[in-house]
Design a protein around this ligand. Structure first.
Ligand SMILES: Cc1cc2nc3c(=O)[nH]c(=O)nc-3n(C[C@H](O)[C@H](O)[C@H](O)COP(=O)(O)O)c2cc1C
Length: 356
């Protein structure tokens, strides 16, 4: 379905780990220094993108460290040269004029490599304890829709006058706008009906949680069929990779990680209590035991190097352009994937191109 080459990205470790919290080879570390070094290594290894999730408090254990997404994104932008930097944003946390200004700042620091990932919140205490309040699921999306319609016009340099239910912006223009392109890219994460409508109307790329390819294909078919005035939507997939020389080794490692992740059950129980039960993402994730966040190993990228490369090609043929990946221990496994799996995907692609 997609004509472009697959792109590969890494989730930054903003809350220390994307897998089990008690992995002996990945001590808890959500520091700026670790995240900086991780993204610099990813760029060096040839990764195309990084996603910096936004949580003002650690969504699993509130007293654990949590990296701040937007200040980290700006700093990473200044230190890197090629990699795309995507920072997540929950609309209730920032007025759209201020956020649009920040996005344009990072767009220009990164020389045209910045993107935002609009997410509409699931972790109740994050907003409630700040006194912001936690609106109902669809009301959060209605707010997010108004918010992004202000942000997307301001980040393309438009002089904006807007009056809606939540915002009243008069004769506002941000300078400089992007010095590199029309505006930063807009990703949207979320699976519910209002999330799908939102990305069709306002997004450039839809981030899908890790799940089997048939489910991903039907999600893509639903959203790709919606009317749109902008360029066709593109699609990204979140997934946790366990790749080894043989499928038996990969299966054994997956079992090992599942056993380690089981130790996090008390923490996961707190997370479930804090989660809005209407969030579709969490319902999807209850379906299969898995390692990783946002679907994790449910995407099936567990197997030999050849198997994982082949599954990536199948997802790509179904329309996934960007694979946003998680590993554990992150640094070592990210390197293994770059050395063993990406070349296999690229050579299979070159073979197919030569045949057609
Ligand atoms: C790739 C991806 C990244 C996400 N990043 C964040 C994030 O940084 N912070 C957050 O609170 N939620 C994040 N989410 C979760 C969305 O906020 C969640 O899907 C949202 O609450 C919408 O729920 P829905 O599935 O009911 O539409 C992410 C989701 C996806 C798919």
């Amino acid at each position: 379905m997609t004509a472009t080459s697959p792109r590969f990205g890494i989730w930054a470790v903003v809350h220390g780990s994307r897998g089990a919290y008690q992995h002996p080879d990945e001590p808890y570390d959500a520091s700026w220094e670790r995240n900086r070094d991780l993204v610099l290594a990813a760029e060096e290894l040839g990764y195309d993108s990084t996603l910096i999730a936004q949580h003002t408090i650690n969504p699993h254990i509130e007293d654990f460290d949590q990296l701040e997404a937007w200040s980290a994104a700006a700093a990473i932008a200044a230190l890197t040269n090629r990699i795309e930097i995507i920072a997540a944003i929950k609309p209730y946390l920032y007025h759209p004029v201020v956020l649009a200004k920040m996005a344009l700042g990072i767009e220009n620091i990164s020389r045209g490599r910045f993107a935002l990932n609009l997410v509409n919140a699931w972790n109740r205490p994050e907003l409630e304890k700040a006194g912001i309040g936690f609106a109902e699921h669809d009301d959060r999306y209605a707010y997010g829709r108004e918010w992004i319609s202000v942000v997307s016009r301001l980040i393309q340099g438009e002089r904006l006058t807007y009056k809606g239910k939540h915002f009243d912006v008069r004769d506002y223009a941000l300078r400089p706008a992007s010095l590199y392109r029309k505006r930063p890219t807009i990703y949207v994460g979320g699976e519910s009906e209002p999330a799908r409508a939102l990305v069709a109307d306002h997004g450039d790329v839809w981030f899908i949680n890790g799940q089997p390819v048939a489910d991903v294909a039907s999600l893509i078919a639903d959203v790709a069929a919606r009317p749109r005035t902008a360029a066709p939507l593109r699609f990204g997939l979140s997934a946790f990779v366990v790749a080894r020389e043989t499928s038996e080794q990969a299966r054994a490692e997956h079992e090992h990680l599942l056993a380690l992740a089981a130790k996090d059950a008390p923490m996961k129980a707190i997370q479930r209590q804090n989660t809005d039960p209407k969030v579709v993402m969490m319902q999807t994730m209850q379906k299969t035991p898995r390692v990783g966040t946002n679907g994790g190993t449910a995407a099936g990228l567990v197997g030999s190097y050849d198997e994982v490369a082949a599954r990536i090609s199948i997802f790509h043929a179904a329309g996934i352009e960007l694979f946003m990946l998680q590993f554990q221990p992150f640094e070592a496994e990210m390197r293994r994937f770059a050395e063993e799996v990406i070349p296999r995907v690229r050579s299979a692609q070159a073979e197919r191109a030569a045949q057609s």
